[in-house]
Design a protein around this ligand. Structure first.
Ligand SMILES: O=C[C@H](O)COP(=O)(O)O
Length: 251
């Protein structure tokens, strides 16, 4: 059986000013040898903070990620940020296809796939998000929706090293609601099946994160589900104490 190193990634979304740098420092300080031995820890701040966080903790075991990237490396795209720019600012990964971007910016699977390809071009790990809406879940379509998002959003030649998948049911994001562990196990099992059928060993190596209302209180139960290789954490990643509390579920 393939052994995958867990990843707990924090998505700060559109939260954080320069005043948040010390909070990142507290995350770094709390990422002690016992955690480093067990898992990878990452923070994805707003792009405006990437360079400041990178400078605040050089050589830190807590890696940095962006929250989105353009498909081009540079050019006339006012307001956009390329994967190369994120890498230059200190990121080693980028989230693509988060449901908030799919909803707010109408991002399609094809666009998400092109963004994941841009991440690869820049040497960044692509954290590709998928997940169904409440209506889709209630209509019994969750598995089909996620299978189709995976087919459309994950690029050809994806590797276990270069791609992480985050399953985030939209109705669980920021709501305090979570699927049952049985439902999470079913979804992650189905995702693993799709990915190994398409990518073979690389699909087996890909880390599958769960995201949506993960907190220190429920982390142990969720992270113990088979084929859950970590978490993508929103609200609870903004405070070192709760973010580290989730990571400590692995100790
Ligand atoms: O990217 C993170 C997710 O959208 C989860 O957010 P949440 O932990 O606040 O529910």
């Amino acid at each position: 059986m393939t052994k995958r190193r867990p990843l707990v990634a924090g998505n700060w979304k559109m939260n954080g000013l320069k005043a948040s740098v010390p909070e990142f420092g507290r995350i770094v300080d709390g990422c002690d040898a016992s955690l480093v031995a067990k898992l990878d820890l990452m923070v994805c701040p707003p792009a405006t903070l990437l360079a400041a966080l990178a400078a605040a903790a050089p050589g830190s075991p807590v890696s940095l990620g962006g929250q989105d990237c353009h498909t081009d490396a540079s050019g006339a795209h006012t307001g956009d940020i390329s994967a190369e720019m994120l890498a230059d600012a200190g990121a080693s990964a980028v989230i693509v296809g988060h449901s908030e971007r799919r909803a707010d910016h109408g991002e399609s699977d094809a666009e998400v796939r092109a963004k994941a390809e841009a991440a690869r071009r820049a040497g960044l790990v692509a954290i590709i998000c998928v997940g169904e809406s409440r209506e889709e879940r209630e209509a019994g379509k969750a598995l089909d929706i996620v299978r189709s998002q995976l087919a459309g959003s994950v690029p050809e030649g994806a590797t276990g090293e270069g791609v992480v998948i985050a399953y985030e049911p939209i109705w669980a994001i920021g709501t305090g609601l979570t699927p049952t562990t049985t439902d999470i196990a079913q979804m992650h099992g189905a995702m693993r099946e799709v990915l190994t059928a398409r990518f073979g060993k690389e699909g087996e190596r890909m880390r599958l994160l769960y995201g949506g209302s993960v907190k220190p209180e429920n982390a142990r139960e969720i992270l113990a589900v088979p084929d859950v290789d970590g978490a993508l954490v929103g609200g609870a990643s903004l405070k070192a104490e709760s973010f580290l509390g989730i990571a400590r579920a692995y100790l």
